[in-house]
Design a protein around this ligand. Structure first.
Ligand code: DNO
Length: 345
């Protein structure tokens, strides 16, 4: 297991030198942020990023994310060119020592929350999701926390209508088509792809979502059996789906889990939740049980603490401040150490 920490590049207020001071961290999870989705990441840009990490004494073995162009998800004719670009980015990343790429296949939006600063009794704030509030949002006039500047209204409308004919099956076929197209580059470079689950794991605004739990994993591995086709096991995303038995899944898929995002949530309604401190006792996700299952299942991937709260007066990027993620990293590293040592006795 290698413990990593997400770093949003040179504009991130959390510096590499601060990350380095967290005792358990071996490297960062980052990305080239100034290349348009669909274009090849230039070797010079990747190299610059790698050199910055190396100078700070940190590895750059995990990328989150190389985004997938909507035309690939929609299955449009230009997808072949875009898939070839993606494969070239994989080859370029392989040359820089990258071992794992996290990506997602969610149409239009990635994660969705209704509030980014829900206050807890201890004064900390975190992200939360209230289903009814989201459902009341007008699909034709969407304003979503964290997303408002991402799309022009007309662009959003045409994307939403382009997806009207895309069923779950079609989206899944398009995912398989994409994976088959990039697998040769993955096998050649040894890079593992790690698909992030849909967050939260249900359809949104009529958009299909397909990576939601155990059944999706079964379909995904059956369709593309190469071990390079793996997952990012995000406990907060999968955990929002109450039917998912995360401990059983962690054990069963330990070797397909190339990357684990460990995060805590507390349920507050059938589909509602609020993010919480990483400890098992802080919420409804059995972080200890999941770590134990990963170790027993032979997990040998990367881990990162996922969304932290804002604590100690920090006003960090929602989910990605320094302090609470550092606490989370240390807590999770402690669990791994304890379980791994116990298992050797
Ligand atoms: C949110 C993240 C996601 C994740 C992507 C991976 O905090 O976990 O945005 O990076 O879904 O492609």
């Amino acid at each position: 297991m290698k413990m990593t920490f997400r770093w949003y590049g040179e504009k991130d207020p959390v510096s590499l030198s601060y990350i380095r001071q967290i005792p358990c961290i071996s490297g960062v999870v980052t990305a080239v942020y100034d290349t348009k989705v669909g274009e090849v990441w230039e070797p010079e840009k990747i190299e610059r990023l790698r050199a910055l990490c190396e100078q700070a004494g940190l590895e750059m073995e995990v990328i989150e994310s190389v985004p997938v162009h909507e035309a690939i998800k929609l299955g449009l004719p230009e997808r072949d060119r875009l898939i070839e670009n993606y494969a070239q980015t994989i080859r370029n990343l392989g040359k820089a020592g990258v071992k794992c790429i996290c990506y997602n296949f969610m149409p239009v939006f990635d994660w969705l929350r209704t509030d980014l600063k829900t206050k807890a009794p201890d004064g900390s704030t975190s992200l939360s999701y209230r289903h009814e509030r989201l459902m009341k949002t007008d699909k034709n006039d969407l304003h979503l926390p964290g997303w408002d500047e991402s799309y022009e209204p007309s662009e959003l409308r045409s994307l939403l209508s382009a997806y009207e004919s895309v069923t779950h099956e079609k989206l899944f076929d398009n995912l398989v088509y994409f994976l088959r197209g990039i697998m040769p580059a993955c096998v050649q470079t040894g890079i593992n792809m790690a698909i992030h689950p849909d967050d939260p794991p249900w359809d949104m605004f009529g958009l299909p979502r397909i990576i939601t739990g155990e059944q999706s994993y079964e379909k995904l591995f059956a369709a593309v059996p190469e071990i390079n086709n793996g997952v990012t096991f995000c406990t907060g995303s999968l955990g929002a789906g109450r039917d998912n038995d995360l401990v059983a899944m962690a054990r069963k898929y330990a070797k397909r889990i190339h990357f684990a995002h460990l995060r805590q949530i507390k349920y507050s309604g059938e589909l509602d939740f609020t993010e919480a401190g990483h400890m098992t006792a802080c919420g409804d996700i059995d972080i200890f049980g999941i770590v134990r299952a990963l170790v027993l299942g032979g997990f040998d991937g990367y881990v990162r603490p996922d969304h932290g709260r804002n604590i100690w007066g920090e006003d960090g990027k929602p989910g990605y401040g320094l302090y609470d993620r550092a606490l989370g990293a240390m807590y999770i590293a402690g669990l791994f150490e304890a379980v791994e040592k116990e298992e050797k006795i």
